[in-house]
Design a protein around this ligand. Structure first.
Ligand code: MSP
Length: 652
């Protein structure tokens, strides 16, 4: 029987555009899938999108769309990104698909029929305007909502509960016997200590939300989004519709996830599976989180790494290579374009690219373009060959524990050995001497060895940098693709006689000076300094409702006062016609207080109050600004009505 392997990414929420975090998990799964295929495994690789729940409903409302319209539109971004990044997934599941809805309902019903889902009531502090429960630890002062600041109400609603607690001892026993059930070890320990604490029964339905899968027979409830989402992994391999496929892939399933969602994957999901009488996953593999230039990634900081852009600027392969090489899998990592460029120049252009170029040129110049036969028993050649053969084993061992960076270190040590071998054998010298002293045979053996180093390297790097590996393969004059070769079928010496193709640059070196200039130009554009013809960064489109929800009105500044603690802020007293209020504005570097008194401006009147430098601000004054490369405002213009209108007039 064929060896099988099944790997999954989390399914991504479609309320957001894809970023480096999504790309990272998916690339890691792709590399593993490609590797396992090259090891002869019948591999199934699943990714997809998580399309139900409060977040999606809220995002749709904010955009003035129905949730279905939103998910139909946004999920495509993910599919497109996977194309750009050369992701070889075998399936893409959406939780709104009928095949999934059926499975969720069937599983829910089965658990209900066997008494593992029961009806109870859920009690907690609830924010009515935000429509969410807030935990005791997450609430603001005096039981207020951490998001909108309004008072929370104690709510009790009917809910279905999954009897998670019943299966905890069984899961603990399973993990005690299967240490690879959660990887790496630090996450295993975290899960075990959580499991040994109190695991409560889980609320698995909502009545406060419409956008979800209805509960069979009780349609005022929808299934809680996580209960729905986790099931995707079983849906996709035919839990309900295709038992044969399910039997083939389910027993070998591995889930890859970020460290933030391991409780769902290592506790709730396996408990659901145990209740359903299905095997728990072989492993849940958790990776760390990326920061960007040392900072947490966030939309408000504007430092979200766009994978489309990285692929466009540096190529998908370089981006893939960097993400997996830069940090040990499981640890957190820091992304910086400068580090990416560094790796492109040193590892890809220099180490791999140069080895290829030098070797091909020498095979053409010294051997007429065909790979010579190997020589006999030279100890140095034997050493290089032994390292190559050992590398296959070392890489395999690293991949078993998802240690991508280790695998790459071994591969690059071998590539480095190839470059060193050129320095040790000095083929150009052999060529010169060959004419006088009969060194031709030695030169042939050297070229043969170098070619084999490259042929094996092409196979080893193929899962990581598939596009470049195929180019490399072609230049080596080999037919087909390295991706469809078997790693365990590699035989040293098999390349003799091959006619090499034309050498081309695999990874162009990036000129650092030029690169710095271009990045600066781009930063300027992003921060507001627009050159003619440059496209600024845009926000996603909003519906008219989204726009209308911002209440802008004409106001007059009555007084501007300094705030002792703040270099940038003025405390403004403004008149809206129907009321006077205080607004803090970061405009001090640009105006003297007397220049502001009496000015008419436009303010956002329905902004939530916020404390700025100790002063409560009730709105925002609108201004247009030009920023420098560091993002600091260089000039600023207040926005005012072009002709007189009564104070309080609405701006629309
Ligand atoms: N929809 C759920 C998963 C359901 S799986 C049954 C979800 N989606 S998500 O889109 O919010 O996040 C998906 C993944 O992105 C998570 O594994 C998360 O760890 C990962 N990342 C989000 N930001 C990240 C970084 N900054 N760095 C690395 N990964 C990060 O959660």
């Amino acid at each position: 029987m064929n060896k099988t392997f099944y790997i999954t990414t989390p399914i991504y929420y479609v309320n957001d555009i894809p970023h480096i975090g999504h790309a990272y998990t998916t690339i890691a799964c792709d590399v593993m899938s490609r590797y396992m295929r090259m090891r002869g495994f019948d591999t199934h690789f699943l990714t997809g999108t998580d399309e139900h729940g409060q977040k999606i409903q809220a995002a749709a409302e904010a955009k003035g769309m129905t949730p279905q319209e939103l998910v139909d539109k946004i999920h495509v971004n993910f599919k497109e990104l996977w194309k750009v990044l050369n992701i070889s997934n075998d399936d893409f599941i959406r939780t709104t698909e009928p095949r999934h809805v059926r499975v969720v309902q069937a599983m829910f019903k089965k658990l209900m029929d066997q008494g593992d889902i029961y009806k109870g009531s859920y009690e907690g502090w609830y924010c009515v305007p935000c429509e969410t429960y807030v935990s005791e630890s997450g609430m603001g002062e005096n039981r207020t909502c951490p998001d909108c600041g309004r008072a929370l109400t104690m709510m009790r609603e009917e809910s279905y509960f999954f009897r998670a607690s019943k299966y905890v001892p069984q899961l603990i026993e399973h993990y005690e016997k299967n240490l690879q059930g959660v990887m790496p070890r630090i996450r295993y320990n975290e899960i075990m200590s959580f499991l040994r604490g109190e695991v409560r029964d889980q609320s698995v339905s909502r009545t406060t939300l419409k956008w979800g899968i209805p509960i069979p027979g009780d349609e005022k409830h929808v299934v809680y989004v996580w209960f729905d989402a986790l099931i995707n992994y079983a849906t996709a391999v035919g839990y309900l519709d295709d038992p044969e496929t399910f039997r083939k892939y389910w027993p070998v399933v591995r889930h890859m996830v970020g460290k933030d969602i391991i409780r769902f994957h290592c506790i709730i999901w396996p408990l659901m599976l145990l209740a359903l009488g299905i095997n728990v996953p072989v492993s849940v593999v958790a990776h760390g989180w990326w920061t960007v230039d040392g900072e947490k990634m966030s939309k408000s900081k504007g430092n979200v790494v766009d994978p489309f852009k990285m692929a466009e600027l540096y190529g998908a392969d370089a981006f893939r290579y960097f993400l997996l090489r830069e940090v040990p899998f499981g640890s957190d990592g820091d992304f910086s374009e400068a580090a990416l460029v560094g790796r492109i120049n040193s590892d890809l252009a220099n180490d791999l690219g140069n080895l290829l170029n030098r070797t091909l040129q020498m095979i053409v110049s010294y051997a007429g373009g065909a790979v010579p036969q190997g020589g006999e028993n030279d100890p140095l050649d034997a050493k290089v060959r032994a390292l190559g053969e050992a590398t296959l084993g070392l890489v395999d061992k690293a991949m078993e524990t998802f240690s991508y960076d280790e695998a790459l270190k071994h591969i690059w040590a071998f590539i480095g050995r190839g470059n060193k071998y050129i320095d040790e054998t000095l083929p150009w010298k052999l060529h010169k001497e060959g004419q006088k002293e009969g060194q031709e045979e030695r030169l042939d053996a050297v070229l043969h060895t170098l070619y084999e180093v490259l042929r094996l390297s092409a196979l080893l790097v193929a899962p990581y940098i598939p596009e470049s590996a195929e180019k490399l393969w072609k230049q080596l004059g080999l037919p087909g693709s390295p991706l469809t070769e078997r790693l365990d079928g590699f035989r040293w010496g098999g390349g003799a006689g091959t006619k090499v193709a034309k050498a081309e640059v695999l990874f162009p070196r990036i000129d650092l000076e030029q690169w710095k200039k271009e990045r600066k130009k781009e930063r300027d554009a992003r921060t507001g300094k627009l050159e003619h013809g440059t496209e600024p960064e845009h926000e996603p489109q909003i519906g008219i409702e989204g726009f209308r929800s911002v209440e802008m009105r004409v106001a007059q500044i009555l007084k501007a006062e300094e705030i002792p603690k703040s270099k940038k802020l003025y405390k403004l007293e403004v008149d809206l016609g129907y009321e006077k209020r205080t607004i803090c504005a970061g405009i001090k570097p640009f105006f003297k207080p007397e220049e502001l008194t009496g000015k008419r401006v436009v303010v956002v009147a329905n902004l939530k109050p916020a404390k700025l430098a100790g002063v409560e601000s009730n709105g925002m004054v609108l201004a247009a600004s030009m920023k420098d490369a560091a993002g600091t405002a260089e000039s600023l213009a207040l926005i005012a009505p072009a002709s007189d209108v009564p104070l309080g007039s609405r701006v629309s």
